[in-house]
Structure formats: C-alpha cells, structure tokens
Design a protein around this ligand. Structure first.
Ligand code: IPE
Ligand code: IPE
Ligand code: MG
Length: 250
C-alpha cells in the first residue's frame, strides 16, 4: 500500500522523512461553509464534502504511519449555529457512524469520539458505542473525532472528576499535578498532538485541544477543508520536519 502511495506522490514524498513523523496530528476541519458559498451551494454541501475529505486523509495518514489523528468536527460553541445547519451536521455524523465500515475499508483504523455527551441524541450515543467497540482492536491509526468538543469544557470535567476523587478520600489535593489533569482529559490514551493543522486561513485554536497543544507546532493554510488533499498533508508534514522544537531549552 505504501509503495503505491509513494509512487503516486513521488515528488513530495522524496522530501518526507518517514523516521520523523508527527506522532499525533490534530486537524481543525474549517472552511466548509466558505467552500460551499464559493460554489453557490448550501453550507451542508460543504460539510458533506468535508466528510469525504476526512475519509481520504485518515487513510493517507494511516498509510504514512501517523498513529493518532484528531479532527475537530463540532465544537461546544457550534450549537449556536442555525438549527437547520446543526441538524444537517448531526445527520451527517449519524451517516458517518453508520458507514464506518466503508470508511475503514481494508485499513486498520480505530475510531474514537471525544467530547461531551451532553446534548447529543440517544441515537448518536448508541452509534458511537457500536463504532468504538467494533474498531477497538484496530491498531494502525486511531482517528479521534472531536464531536461536541470544547477544550475548556474538557478541563472543567477533568477538574470535576478530580474533585470527586478528593471528596471520596481517594487522593490528597496536594497530589494534583499536570499528569493527573492530563489523565482525566478525553485524550488520556494518547500523546499530546505534536502538530496541528488549520485550513481556511483562520489563525486560532477555537477551543481545540487547548491543554494538549501547549507545545504543538501549527500549520495554517488558505485552503478550505473540502479542498485539502494528500499533497497538502504531506507538504505540511515536510514543513513540520523543518521546525526546531525547543520546549523551553536552547
Ligand atoms: C467547519 O466549517 C465545520 C464546522 C465548524 C462544523 P465551517 O462550517 O466553520 O465553515 P466556514 O468557516 O463557515 O467556512
Ligand atoms: C472550529 O471552527 C470548529 C470546527 C472546525 C469543528 P469554527 O468555524 O467553529 O471556528 P470559529 O468560529 O471560526 O473560531
Ligand atoms: Mg468555520
């Protein structure tokens, strides 16, 4: 699989160091609405196209050897959008979960959903359980879909869990440290994202992985998410590999 992939993308692939890949890539899938508007289509058409692109990019990332991919699909703030758009997004998510076998194909993709359950329909919650269970032994790449996700909300729920542990006498407040807070985030099973990609020209995090991104490298691009390609992914990683990550050192 990787051979074919390499042959098809030879020009950029040659510049990629496969021994120095990001371990965890985060993508803020933005620009669906603008993509649709440019073409005179409803915003929902942009979201639909964005979902297609996600399928391709997940497979590509897996073939490249990326272990964790976390994508921002719906934020805790996105509920303020018009009801028909929120409904269209939830419908798309439902279809996506129903179609998970097609998304995975022959690939060893594990799917997990991160975010708050509050406000999600019973139907979606059930489908999430099914997909997470069905893919739990897949190991090549984990696709985390951030749905009803907010970084601040995530920290609040971590603090709340720790509060309960203190109340029940399981831990001493003096034992609260960064590790304990991290362990109680939705992302406790994976390394922090070393690389975050945001298409569509915006230069902000919009509440995405705010705790985990303390030392993430960022990559911005004017491309709207539905136009994002394998080439863009590889190009961005090549750029990541040129960065000098110092973590406060010299
Ligand atoms: C990202 O695209 C998808 C979601 C936030 C659900 P947008 O819908 O934000 O597209 P723009 O930013 O309006 O173009
Ligand atoms: C961030 O995009 C959320 C997702 C991509 C799901 P938004 O379009 O909601 O972010 P803002 O409003 O431009 O900051
Ligand atoms: Mg947007």
């Amino acid at each position: 699989m990787l051979k074919l992939f390499k042959r098809k993308n030879k020009d950029i692939f040659d510049r990629l160091d496969t021994n120095n890949l990001p371990k965890h890539i985060g993508i803020i899938m933005d620009g669906n609405g603008r993509w649709a508007k440019k073409r005179g289509l409803p915003r929902s058409a942009g979201h639909r196209m964005g979902a297609k692109v996600l399928e391709q990019i997940t497979r590509d990332a897996g073939h490249l050897g990326i272990k964790f991919l976390t994508v921002y699909a719906f934020s805790t703030e996105n509920w303020v959008r018009p009801k028909d758009e929120v409904d269209a997004l939830m419908k798309l998510m439902t279809e996506y979960l129903d179609d998970y076998r097609r998304l995975i194909g022959d690939d060893d993709i594990r799917i997990r959903i991160i975010g708050s359950k509050e406000g999600l329909s019973e139907e979606i919650l059930q489908k999430i359980d099914v997909v997470e269970n069905a893919t739990k032994d897949n190991r090549a790449i984990t696709l985390n879909i951030a749905l009803n996700y907010g970084g601040r909300d995530e920290i609040v729920q971590s603090v709340r869990k720790i509060g309960h542990m203190i109340k029940s006498g399981d831990i001493d407040p003096d034992l609260i440290d960064e590790k304990l807070i991290s362990e109680n985030l939705y992302t406790n099973y994976m390394p922090d994202p070393d690389f975050i990609i945001r298409p569509s020209g915006e230069m902000r995090l919009s509440n995405f992985l705010i705790w985990q991104s303390a030392y993430s490298e960022f990559w911005y691009s004017d491309i709207n998410w539905p136009d994002f390609t394998r080439n863009d992914l590889i190009r961005s990683i090549v750029d990541f590999q040129k960065r000098n990550r110092r973590f406060g050192g010299v």
